[in-house]
Design a protein around this ligand. Sequence first.
Ligand SMILES: [Zn+2]
Length: 157
Amino acid sequence: LTVGIGYDVHRFAKNRRLVLAGVEVPHHLGLLGHSDADVLTHAIIDALLGAAALGDIGQHFPDTDPRYQGVSSLQLLEQVKCLICDKGFAIINIDATVILQQPKLAPVILKMRNRLAEVLEIGLEQVSIKAKTNEGLGFVGREEGVAALAVSELREL
Ligand SMILES: [Zn+2]
């Protein structure tokens, strides 16, 4: 068994969408980034790549590459699924935490889990997503951005 960790941060900006785990969440601000800035999916990608010792998201999908401009991060996740499968690993589970002051994610968490499970072709019970505020502290508390952490465990096939 191998374990990987992932972390990501994106800045809030006007006239951008807030996309988390491929689900567009209604909010007056969105996240800034080269792709759709899906901070949660990015942290999960790094956790999966890390568990397979395959480097990080920036190595595989450089933000200088025009192919990834505005791309759905779920497409990147799907490519990572193939990479880890080719390396002989299967996903045991993913556990992730999104840290943001607003909006409340409780109404969309199940949808987010379903979206990830579908892309990764694993069961819903293998994907856990939690959301919490930062108690008003720091850049998350000031609503300047969103952070995400993820852990994944893989087994060799
Ligand atoms: Zn990112």
